[in-house]
Design a protein around this ligand. Structure first.
Ligand code: SME
Length: 161
């Protein structure tokens, strides 16, 4: 199933339920993590409103390395513990940042980014990557966006490692 159509204007619960099931269908039966990350980044980019970057950083040799994404070119390597992505990787905790300018050490890949959501991807008990979404709007990501995207990540994390 590669044809995906999702109504981005429906209530947010239903939207993220559809996004998660579409994500699960896209990775179903495909073992290549990079291919799966590429399609998930494209899915999020197409349907999640008001974002200017969506993609992955992978944990490679104890640092984060840029993975498949949509949006402007981005910094390639981020130390574990640095910036929003590195903090998510170091703590294995979601980072939902309403104002990136107020986040100590935020790494500005795109000067237009104002808020950010980073979800650690855990497989077999360790952080293998992070999913990063940026928005040009302040406070774009709400608790329901975090819950919905965590649900998506949980549905596909075994296909990303
Ligand atoms: N802002 C991130 C860096 C990655 S870009 O947003 C794509 C950070 O502080 O880790």
């Amino acid at each position: 199933m590669l044809d995906v159509t999702i109504d981005s204007n429906q209530p947010v619960d239903g939207f993220y339920a559809e996004l998660a099931s579409s994500a699960a269908a896209l990775v179903d039966g495909e073992p290549d993590a990079i291919a799966n990350m590429a399609n998930i980044a494209a899915l999020i980019w197409q349907y999640v409103p008001d974002i200017n970057w969506a993609g992955f950083y992978r944990v490679v040799d104890d640092e984060l390395v840029l993975g498949p994404f949509q949006g402007k070119t981005a910094c390639i390597r981020i130390a574990i513990g640095a910036g929003v992505c590195g903090t998510a990787a170091a703590t294995a905790a979601v980072q939902r940042v309403a104002d990136v300018h107020a986040f100590p050490g935020h790494i500005a890949c795109d000067a237009e980014s104002r808020s950010e959501l980073v979800i650690p991807i855990i497989s077999q008990g360790r952080v293998i990557a992070v999913l990063d979404l940026d928005s040009p709007l302040p406070d774009r990501f709400r608790a329901e966006d975090e819950a919905g995207l965590c649900r998506l990540v949980a549905a596909i994390s075994d296909s990303l490692g």
